[in-house]
Write a protein that binds this ligand. Sequence first.
Ligand code: BTN
Length: 240
Amino acid sequence: MNVIHFDVIDSTNTYLKNHFWELPHLTVVTAKHQISGRGRMGKSFIDDSTQLLFSILLKENIEHIQLFPLFAAKVIHELLLNYSIDAEIKWPNDILVNEKKLCGILTESVYLKRCEALIIGIGINVNTTVFPEEIKDIAISLKQLCSHDFSLENIFNEFIVTFEDKLSSFYSNPLSVVNYINQYSSLKDKYITYYTDGILQEGKVIEIAENGALHIISNQNHLYLNSGEIIKIQSKKSID
Ligand code: BTN
């Protein structure tokens, strides 16, 4: 992998979006601090340099666009298992522990005539102990889970070595990633309220489908969500 490091940057995803043309496939940009870190659904991703922040540029074999964030989530999940951390994967992009977010993934694509590049941005709460007020009840860090500091560099190195190593088996058998995500999915059999195309809807999750979409039943219809934000998760349908 071609690794570029910045002490301070606006956003590692934005950097790769702006420079994808001149950078090789599998370039990774890391930063100690992002001034305008971005999350999904237009939210910002605020850091205090205790998070691991990086983005990966993919330019070749990117036809399974929807499966790449799931592949990245699988690599992180396996890495956490090595630290004896039993996490869940919340479709499409979050890694949760004890129902709190440990890691977020923001995948973006660059289209000209076709999809030219895919950028997978990852933020992991590593040594964070103080979260912004608005996320303090829904976020968690490795340090909070294990009561010691972690080396950001070691986690980063483990991630990129495993990511590159497992990429060819992902290309040859993308379904194995879907099966893995289903095994550790926090949404299986849950009733969800989700926001898509500006409308709030409800449904019951069946599984992650082969193409990476979320298969749900809503008003007796089988639907496949490609994106959208899940607002509420319940294990049973509420009576009211
Ligand atoms: C989310 O939880 O909504 C996704 C968060 C993704 C944050 C990472 S940090 C590195 C990369 N650069 C960004 O601006 N965002 C991603």
